[in-house]
Design a protein around this ligand. Structure first.
Ligand code: SAM
Length: 243
């Protein structure tokens, strides 16, 4: 049986939709006036001195997130990894109100940048895959994994897309015991407790799976090139830091 978070699990509020963001400070005890390790709002006066979240809801959401991330072994030699989750080609306009919006992403130069890392993963759409793949500087080194996320409603010229290709170059050839497959079947839902949530934000389970595709190890350096909600970096902390 799954262990419960400290203080017990409130099943009325801790559904899977809330299980997907977490803490950048993790193990550190907050100073007075510190911010919540989940929603980043100030922790109100009167909370226990060792509280790192502002409410039971946030504590449970953080706990759920961490449960979905596999802890990584320590690296013998630290490597540089990158995760790139840009807007799908042709759909950058969905982010035009975001502060980091800079028009369509140049995938050719992005792939050149990724080629400088020991291991990397690039999320794209199934529709764009045929045009993105030839842009890889070393196509023979890359592999394609599939995140089956379930179909999105909306109009389409053909069958609705229900999966997302992840083009990746592993940093190490290792097989995770918990996540050995190059496909992930997982339906993501909006993170209702995360004020930083953006369209296309990846769930913790996705981030953890990508780390396993890359052969990531604790002590590696992870660069999240399109942070959005910051969920990938949060998952990295959960995977590599002590609880
Ligand atoms: C798919 S989201 C990333 C989601 C992120 N992986 C997460 O889990 O929350 C794409 C992000 O790229 C940003 N973005 C949009 N256009 C961009 C551009 N031209 N250059 C850099 N970032 C851009 C968007 O604002 C958005 O935060």
């Amino acid at each position: 049986m799954e262990p419960s978070p400290p203080g017990g699990l409130d099943v009325s509020t801790a559904g899977r939709a809330d299980a997907s963001s977490e803490d950048l400070r993790d193990a550190s005890r907050p100073a007075a006036g510190d911010t919540c390790a989940w929603c980043r709002e100030p922790i109100p006066d009167g909370r226990r001195k060792d509280s790192i979240t502002c409410s039971r809801r946030c504590r449970q959401a953080r706990w759920r997130f961490r449960q979905e991330v596999e802890r990584l072994e320590l690296a013998e030699r630290a490597l540089r990894l990158a995760v790139a989750d840009p807007p799908y080609p042709g759909l950058a306009h969905l982010y035009r109100d975001h502060p980091d919006f800079a028009g369509e992403v140049d995938h050719a130069s992005l792939l050149q940048e990724l080629d400088g890392f020991d291991g990397w993963a690039l999320c794209t759409s199934s529709e764009a895959l045929p045009s993105v793949l030839p842009l890889c500087p070393n196509p023979a080194q890359v592999r394609i994994a599939a995140w089956v996320r379930g179909s999105r409603s909306g109009r389409a010229r053909g069958p609705l897309s229900s999966w997302e290709p992840v083009i990746y170059k592993p940093a190490r050839d290792v097989v995770s015991t918990r996540q050995p497959d190059d496909s992930l079947v997982y339906t993501a839902r909006p993170r209702l407790t995360d004020p930083g949530w953006v369209i296309g934000a990846k769930p913790a389970a996705f981030a953890s799976w990508v780390f396993s595709l890359l052969g990531a190890r604790s002590g590696d350096e992870l660069h999240d090139l399109f942070p959005g909600s910051g969920g990938i970096a949060r998952a990295w902390r959960a995977a590599t830091e002590a609880c």
